[in-house]
Design a protein around this ligand. Structure first.
Ligand SMILES: *Cc1c(COP(=O)(O)O)cnc(C)c1O
Length: 414
C-alpha cells in the first residue's frame, strides 16, 4: 500500500542520514539538505512500494560490504541483497566476534580483536550506503527515519580460538518508524543480571553484551516495563545505563537546569546523549558528568533514555525489587521523598504522573531541538551535518544499474 501521506503536492522528501553512532569520528549525526531543484536527479524521491508511515524495523537493503584479506581492507562493494554468505564456523557466529552500529568499529575494534577500519573507509562506506539507497529515505512528513547500521565481524571459518584471517565490515541502512515515541515508559532496574563485567566490554556495542539481556528485558516487558536499567555491576549502587540507551537525569531548580550523565566506563558513549547535552549547554543549562548514586534518583525532575533509534524517551517511573528496609535502598537513605513510593519488596521513583501522557518540559525542549536540527528546521550550530551526494555512491563498485531510479516514486502516485 502506498503511504497515505505521500502525494504529489508534498514537498520532495528531504534527504537526511540518521548517523547516530559515529560520535568518535567527529562525524556525529549527518544530514544533507539538497536544494529544492525539482528536476535534480539526486536525491531521488522515496519509492512508493513502502508504507512510510508504518515502516517498523524491517531491514531493507544491504548497501555494501568490506572484506579483509592479507591485512588489507578491500574496496567497498555494493550488495543489493541483505543475506550474507558466511562460513558456519565463522568466529562471528561461534565466539561472538562481532560489533555493530558505530561505537567506532573503525577506531575501537580491539574490543572484539578485530583490525581497525580506517576512518576514511568507514566514512566513505557510510556515505556511499546512504547515497546508493537514497530512494529509501523516508519522506520528511512521516516522522520515519533512516537508520544506519555499520557492523564488523570475524568471518572466515575456523575452529581455534585465535583471531581469524578474514573480517567483514558492512553497512546496512533501513527505514525506521518511531520507536518508543514520546510516551513515557516505566523502567525496571535489573538486579539479577549484569550487562557488563566491572572491567569488561560494557562500553562497546558488541553482540555479546546484548543477547544475554534479551530474556530479562522481555520478562520485564511482560510485567509492564518498557525499558530496563542497569546499575554498576561491582556494587549495584550507581546508575550505569539502560539496556539500549544512555541515562540522562535533569535537576531542575527554578530556571536552573542541570543535565547529569554517568561517567561510568562501562556504558556506551552515546552520541545521542552527547548531542542532547550539547543542546542543553546551548540553552545555557549546566552539565555534570559524574557517578550517579542509585539513591539520588528521586532528586531528578526528569529522567530520559538517549539512543539513536528512539532519540529521547521520557521515563515515567523507575522501579527496583529491593526491600525498603535494606541499607542499600532509597527508603533507607532518604526516608521520605515525594517521588518515592514503596511496598515490602520494591521501591519506585515517580517522575511523570499516571495521568500525564507526554514527556516533561526538559525532555520536550531537548527533543524538539534535536528533531529540528535533524530535519533542517533549526540551524546546525554544532557542525553535525555532512553532505551526501550522488558521487558518494558513484565511487562504489558492484552497483547494479537496475537499483537506481527505475521504481515508481511517490511523485508519480495519483
Ligand atoms: C546504542 C546504545 C546506547 C546509545 O548510543 P547512541 O550512540 O546514542 O545510539 C546507549 N546504551 C546502550 C547499551 C546502547 O546499546
Amino acid at each position: 500500500m502506498p503511504s497515505p501521506v505521500a502525494n504529489t503536492t508534498a514537498p520532495r522528501a528531504r534527504f537526511y542520514a540518521f548517523g547516530g553512532s559515529f560520535g568518535g569520528l567527529d562525524f556525529e549525526p549527518t544530514y544533507n539538505f539538497p536544494t529544492t531543484n525539482i528536476i535534480s536527479p539526486f536525491p531521488p524521491p522515496p519509492v512508493n512500494t513502502i508504507d512510510w508511515s508504518n515502516v517498523g524495523f524491517r531491514v531493507r537493503e544491504v548497501a555494501l560490504h568490506y572484506s579483509v584479506h592479507t591485512k588489507k581492507w578491500t574496496p567497498p562493494q555494493f550488495v543489493a541483497d541483505p543475506y550474507i554468505r558466511i562460513h558456519g564456523m565463522a568466529p562471528a557466529l561461534n565466539y561472538g566476534q562481532q560489533a555493530y552500529e558505530g561505537r567506532k568499529p573503525s577506531a575501537r575494534p580491539e574490543y572484539i580483536s578485530c583490525p581497525p577500519v580506517p576512518v576514511e573507509h568507514f566514512v566513505n562506506a557510510v556515505k556511499a550506503t546512504v547515497s546508493l539507497n537514497a530512494e529509501y529515505v523516508p519522506p520528511h512528513e512521516t516522522g520515519a527515519a533512516r537508520y544506519i547500521r555499520p557492523q564488523i565481524y570475524g568471518s572466515s571459518g575456523q575452529l581455534g580460538l585465535s583471531p581469524p584471517e578474514e573480517y567483514m565490515f558492512c553497512v546496512y541502512v533501513l527505514p525506521t518508524g518511531v520507536y518508543h515515541g514520546t510516551h513515557p515508559v516505566d523502567a525496571l532496574i535489573l538486579d539479577d543480571f549484569d550487562r557488563a563485567a566491572p572491567n569488561g566490554t560494557g562500553s562497546a556495542k558488541v553482540g555479546g553484551n546484548y543477547a544475554p539481556v534479551l530474556r530479562w528485558s522481555d520478562k520485564a516487558r511482560t510485567e509492564g516495563y518498557g525499558i530496563t536499567l542497569h546499575l554498576n555491576s561491582a556494587t549495584h549502587s550507581e546508575v550505569d545505563e539502560f539496556s539500549t540507551s544512555g541515562f540522562i537525569g535533569a535537576l531542575v531548580d527554578g530556571d536552573n537546569v542541570t543535565l547529569v550523565v554517568p561517567d561510568s566506563k562501562n556504558v556506551i558513549k552515546s552520541v545521542t546523549a552527547d548531542s542532547i547535552t550539547d543542546i542543553g549547554k546551548s540553552f545555557g543549562w549546566n552539565l555534570e558528568r559524574r557517578s550517579i548514586k542509585y539513591t539520588e534518583l528521586p532528586n531528578f525532575s526528569e529522567v530520559m533514555a538517549a539512543g539513536t533509534t528512539a532519540a529521547l524517551v521520557p521515563i515515567r517511573t523507575i522501579s527496583r525489587c529491593i526491600d525498603p528496609s535494606s541499607p542499600d535502598s532509597i527508603s533507607a537513605a532518604v526516608k521520605q521523598h515525594p517521588r518515592l513510593s514503596s511496598d515490602k519488596q520494591a521501591e519506585k521513583v515517580n517522575y511523570i504522573e499516571e495521568s500525564q501522557e507526554d514527556a516533561g518540559p526538559v525532555c520536550l525542549k531537548l527533543l524538539t531541538q534535536l528533531k529540528a536540527i535533524q530535519l533542517g528546521k533549526a540551524k546546525d550550530e554544532f557542525g553535525w551535518c555532512a553532505p551526501v551526494t550522488a558521487e558518494d555512491g558513484a565511487k562504489i563498485t558492484g552497483v547494479p544499474k537496475a537499483t537506481k531510479g527505475d521504481g515508481q516514486t511517490v511523485d508519480q502516485l495519483d
